[in-house]
Design a protein. Sequence first.
Length: 253
Amino acid sequence: MNERQQKILAAVIEEYTQTAVPVGSQILVGKYKFKVSPATIRNDMTALEEDGYLYQPHISAGRIPTDQGYRYFVEEVMKDKILSRDEQQKMQREFLKLKAQNTRLTRTTAKLLSHVSGNFAISGLIDNDEFSDFGMRELMEEPEFKELDEMCRLVEMLDYVDEKFDQLTRDMKEGETRIFIGGENPIEAASNCSMIVSPYKLSSGEKGILALIGPKRMEYAKNKSMLEYVKKLLGASIVIVIVGLSGISFLAF
């Protein structure tokens, strides 16, 4: 992949993340200021499609990223996002407000992560077999899950996802963060989502896991940085999982 094609892939992912609409060459030239003609952009998009990074859902439509396209973006293009001071303070206030309500820690962290990310969040303490989740309504509002069959499949998967945590973290090192995209997910029913996972251990020795689940077009860098910051708020290493359209994501504190 040459440099311009890499930038085109990144622009398609950014635009599709915002709109959930297939992206055409005119949008890239007009909005993203590529200094080449729409025809050149179309040729590059065709090459990216032939190489498996993009695909065209309909003949007359633009392109959307494939699992392989998202994987390339996450590993080769995506940069770590540093939260602004305002974002950090907002998360601090929300965390303290939820904590003051004397709810369980797992409930507090799941609710906080869902609020700041807009995704479905799971927080669990594996040793205690204690799990909390939050954000089902937000997840169901995503256009990817509007179809009844897709929604039912997702709901069924979420009902049993806590039973898969051991499988997800079995080969992971403590503190490791892993992103699962689409078909990479070890949970077959989550193949239309993305997931970020990271196991953790509390100072007491208890093992935990956190997860964010959303569409594949989720904001990976932003979600990951939010998870890492929640880690700091908790004063412990956590497990983070994020799920997008092609995968599931989990967070643990």
